[in-house]
Design a protein around this ligand. Sequence first.
Ligand code: CP
Ligand code: NVA
Length: 309
Amino acid sequence: MIAPVRSLKGCDFIDLADLDRAQLREVLDLAHAIKAGQWSERPLDGRHVAMLFQKPSHRTRVSFEVGIARLGGSTTTLTENDVQLGVRETIPDAARVLDCYVDGIIARLRSHEDLLQLSGASDKPVINGLTDRSHPCQVLADLMTLEEVRGDLKQQHLAYIGDGNNVANSLIEAAAITGIALTLISPAGYEPAADVLERARRIDSGTPRITVTNDIKAIDGATAIYTDVWVSMGQEAEREARRRAFVEYQVNKDVMNAAPGAVFMHCLPAHRGEEVTDEVIDGPRSVVFQQAGNRLHAQMALLAELFAR
Ligand code: CP
Ligand code: NVA
């Protein structure tokens, strides 16, 4: 029977790189076991988690609410108009107050720096539910999905086509930890940030196989093609410029035909007709709803680790 990793008890989960390779392996093993019905403990019995959302959410909110309930815990979900972090009170004050009531905090904040401030001020586990910088919970589910549909992560070649955004940043960390070969294909000016790549290259996984290019044809041998929206939440003012910049980077039938062995991945929500066509996202190689479903199992495993008794 799989038991949670004691080394993660009480920790924050701000980025995927907070886990080393062995810890990530154990989270994924537990996620698979939970999905298979082989693990059904209730480590959150009697525990309450606050969820703070400064941006909209469907998958993250519902999968955490359901997952926490299945683990025996309960939640309070607060949206933009409730706590008003940094507006009605400072972030550290809000964190210290929440600590009086709850056993953990899940936060989807606009600014990654604000999340770091929140986690620095809270003594309880803080989980990143997406920031402008990263989306590690999404990528936990993505790794789980890749293992289900493709097997050994070290044998995978993931081609990410699109914006060098929060999801791309977490995929970069995932590749560095697991040894996935990752090709990031973005229009000029929208590549992932240099410091994210630099940090990933310092993570010890042998030799990270991470390539950055503007060439959408660089998908030879891909076992998975991944894309995300061209305009992330909070970037709406850049919509027209971004649509022009990304127009050649749509994942359509031609792109999928050039990578015949690849599944199609997307974190959702998708802007159909922009970064992906209907026939690809609804096609036989799309695993997007499996990814969405795995948010539940991957996050339950993460919670079981952070809230281990
Ligand atoms: N993929 C994801 O995080 O979806 P939501 O924004 O709906 O939570
Ligand atoms: N990059 C997207 C991901 C949404 C899950 C955004 O930040 O809006």
